[in-house]
Each structure stands twice: as structure tokens, then as C-alpha cells.
Design a binder for this molecule. Structure first.
Ligand code: RAT
Ligand code: ZN
Length: 419
């Protein structure tokens, strides 16, 4: 009887919560999308959707084509092959395949026809500027954080030349090469006018790295500094990455009031023949993050972890350190089953003081499916949690739900920057 009553009182509030979750604008805190001024760096359209590296990994589950033959194909030929293997020869029920269909459907295209040439024709008639707006509207996004690397030769030239910024796109300064490939990066910094030394660097080197970070922070108006880290990342350790973090990155972040985003858990190039699709996942010793949060209380850290097995420990760490803000269900964890599990766990341990999702979109159109799928799950979690509150006699107002959802969709993230 009690459960039936609880179920009945759940219904009106469920509709209200779903409406709010579906209509609240989102800040997408980590993507690989670009301001349209970057031209061909901003990927969009059906062929880029199909050759997304998540789908490349999946096509080799079914195809025995040698890797080098696949890579020798043009983008359109690769897309044809992926479409045939993953959508025609088998039903497209994986999350990455379903995502393509959700996107096409919400763009108003008829997926049941299975007509790839017609889909191509439709995309060919779109203009990128209007398509950006359309996708952002369908996804309900108000802001997109990019991943901006001065170490990418094409991207660097665009920044150096200068362009008029699209204010919907904010910058994140990506420094993987600096921290993880110092022997190759140091000579590049020298070529760019920074007086660094590669081996056993003296004090001056760290000052010069700080000057490099300051120049790029200013040039791109970076809102945070970020790095994706291998699962065996340790801090402190007797290596150059530790020194660079301690003597250059963290002081830089403190001086400029920027959070440092760490994303540990990647095992790069587990299968190098798959190229971008060849990275794997590994368990991280989160003591490294604990040492950073405890050792540098004046710094702010943003973190998402790749291994499912690290998620609980990460939540507990966030309960201990208010200079840690956790975000997103990243990459291999961005599947409904795990998004549901991780989001529930985070709400139960952290209330509303985290950011449940980012898209990690590499292709513009992907924001449509990634946010549609995530919003559905987040809404369901909130329905359950607010309903459970209702059973205590606590009544929640529409304004309170709106406030909470705003926090989850970027409000808490951006407030963390300013605190
Ligand atoms: O999710 C992805 O597309 C990965 O390839 C990575 O880019 C990852 O998100 C990262 O930022 O390192
Ligand atoms: Zn990413």
C-alpha cells in the first residue's frame, strides 16, 4: 500500500522534473569541437559522424579488413564500410551507433529508409553557421568548451593569426604534450622563443614554461588548463611531469585563477593499428589526485576518471576536498548503463555539487544525441531522488528544482571557477 501511494504521488512531480531537465540550457564543459572560425577543424555531417573513432573501434569487431587497407580508404569509403557493417549487416544497438540515429532523427531525417546517399545530400545542403546554431538548439547548449592545443600545428596557426571569436565557444588550454612528452616539446618551445632546457632543467626553465602558459592563456582566453593522463600517473614522482606541474602549471593556475583539469585513466595506443580508436582504459591510483588536492589547497582541480572502478573513490575524494570538482561520464563510461550508475552514486554522495555530464563531442552533430541521451538519464535519477524526498514529507518547489538543475548543467562548474 505504502509503495503504491509513493508511486502515485511520484507522477505529477516526474513530469515537472523531466520538463525542467529537458529545457534547462547546458554548459558543455569538455568537447573537441571548435569555433567555426577554425574551418575544417570543426567536424560535422554524416561522414564525420560515421568515422568517429568510437565507431571505427566497433567496425573491426565485424570486419577482417587489414588495418592498413582501412586507413588507405578515403573518408567516404570508410564511412560506407562502417555504415554497411554497423547499420545494415547488424542492428545499430551500441551506444555510439544509436547516437548517430538519435542525431539524424532529431535533425528531422528519416532513418528507417537506410539511405546513406540521401543523408549525404541533405548534409551537403547545410551551411555550417546555421548548423552550429541548430545543433546547439537541439542539444539545448548555451556554451561549448573547446580543447585547445598550442601543440597542434593547424590550430596554433589559426590562434596566431587571430580571428573574431564566437562567444558561444570558450577555450580550455590542453597541455598533454608539455607534461607527457617533454623531451620532444622542449625543443619546440625553444623554437618558439622560450629559453627552456630539456635535461635537468634549471629554475629558469620553469619560469619560461610559465611565460609560455601565460602567453597562451591570454591568447586564447583559457578558462582552465587540462591534461588527459595515463592510468599509471603518479604524483609526486621523480620525473619531469611532477616538476613541471609543481613549478610551472600549478603556480600558473594560481596566478591566473584557473582550475587544472586532470583526466586520468587512459592507456594510450593499446592497439596502435587502430590509431585514435586504439586507446584503452586502466585503473588509476587516485592517491596522486589526493596528494595534489591536499598539497595544493590554493589550487582548484577538475577531474573525471575513465575507469568505472575509480568512480567511487573519486566521489569520496570530492567529499574530502572542496578544491576538487568532478565532472562527466567520460568516453567508455558514457554509455547509459554506467551514466545511470555513476550519476546516482554521485548524487547520493555529493548532492548537487558536481557536473554530471560533458559530451566529449568530436563532431558537432554528436552534441544532439549525447545530450538527449544524458538528459533522459539525469531526469530519471532526479525523479527518483525528489520522489524519495517527497516520501519524507519534504515538498519541493519548481523554482528549487530549476535552481538545482542549473547547478548540475554548468552552474556549479562555473561557480567553482570563481570561488
Ligand atoms: O573521448 C574521446 O574522444 C577521447 O579520444 C579523448 O579525446 C579524450 O576525451 C581526451 O580528451 O583525452
Ligand atoms: Zn576529450
Amino acid at each position: 500500500m505504502k509503495t503504491i501511494l509513493a508511486e502515485a504521488s511520484r507522477v505529477p512531480i516526474a513530469k515537472q522534473i523531466e520538463d525542467i531537465v529537458l529545457s534547462t540550457p547546458v554548459v558543455d564543459v569538455h568537447t573537441h569541437l571548435y569555433d567555426p572560425a577554425f574551418k575544417e577543424l570543426l567536424l560535422w555531417g554524416i561522414d564525420d559522424l560515421l568515422v568517429y573513432h568510437y565507431l571505427v573501434a566497433e567496425v573491426f569487431r565485424y570486419s577482417d579488413l587489414p588495418y592498413d587497407k582501412f586507413w588507405a580508404l578515403s573518408k567516404i569509403e570508410q564511412a560506407d564500410l562502417i555504415w554497411d557493417a554497423l547499420f545494415i549487416q547488424h542492428s545499430p544497438i551500441s551506444e555510439a551507433c544509436r547516437g548517430v540515429l538519435t542525431t539524424l532523427h532529431l535533425l528531422g531525417l528519416d532513418v528507417k529508409k537506410r539511405d546513406l546517399p540521401a543523408l549525404r545530400q541533405w548534409f551537403a545542403s547545410q551551411k555550417v553557421e546555421t548548423h552550429v546554431t541548430r545543433c546547439m538548439e537541439l542539444a539545448g547548449l548555451k556554451k561549448i568548451y573547446m580543447t585547445n592545443s598550442p601543440f597542434d600545428d593547424v590550430e596554433r596557426l589559426v590562434w596566431e593569426k587571430g580571428f573574431r571569436r564566437d562567444e558561444r565557444f570558450a577555450a580550455g588550454l590542453r597541455i598533454d604534450q608539455l607534461l607527457l612528452a617533454w623531451p620532444e616539446t622542449a625543443p619546440r618551445l625553444v623554437r618558439w622563443g622560450y629559453k627552456v632546457e630539456a635535461g635537468a632543467p634549471p629554475r629558469k626553465t620553469f619560469d619560461e614554461v610559465r611565460r609560455f602558459l601565460a602567453d597562451w592563456t591570454k591568447r586564447i582566453d583559457a578558462q582552465y588548463v587540462m591534461v588527459s593522463l595515463p592510468s599509471n600517473f603518479e604524483f609526486p614522482a621523480k620525473n619531469i611531469a611532477t616538476q613541471l606541474i609543481e613549478k610551472a602549471v600549478l603556480p600558473h593556475c594560481r596566478e591566473h585563477g584557473l582550475p587544472f583539469a586532470l583526466m586520468p585513466g587512459v592507456r594510450r595506443a593499446v592497439n596502435p593499428q587502430l590509431k585514435l580508436a586504439g586507446d584503452g582504459v586502466g585503473l588509476t591510483n587516485l592517491e596522486a589526485l589526493q596528494n595534489l588536492c591536499a598539497g595544493f589547497p590554493e589550487n582548484k582541480f577538475l577531474t573525471t576518471v575513465l575507469a568505472r572502478e575509480n568512480q567511487h573513490e573519486l566521489c569520496v575524494l570530492a567529499r574530502k576536498f572542496r578544491n576538487l570538482h568532478i565532472f562527466g561520464c567520460w568516453w567508455f563510461t558514457n554509455v547509459p548503463y554506467l551514466v545511470d550508475e555513476i550519476t546516482r552514486m554521485r548524487v547520493e554522495l555529493l548532492g548537487l555539487s558536481f557536473t554530471p555530464q560533458h559530451s566529449d563531442a568530436r563532431v558537432l552533430d554528436q552534441i544532439v544525441y549525447k545530450w538527449t541521451h544524458s538528459r533522459g538519464i539525469i531526469a530519471q535519477v532526479l525523479v527518483d531522488k525528489y520522489s524519495a524526498l517527497g516520501q519524507t514529507g519534504w515538498q519541493i518547489s519548481r523554482a528549487e528544482i530549476e535552481r538545482d538543475v542549473k547547478d548540475l548543467f554548468g552552474g556549479a562548474f562555473e561557480r567553482f571557477f570563481k570561488q
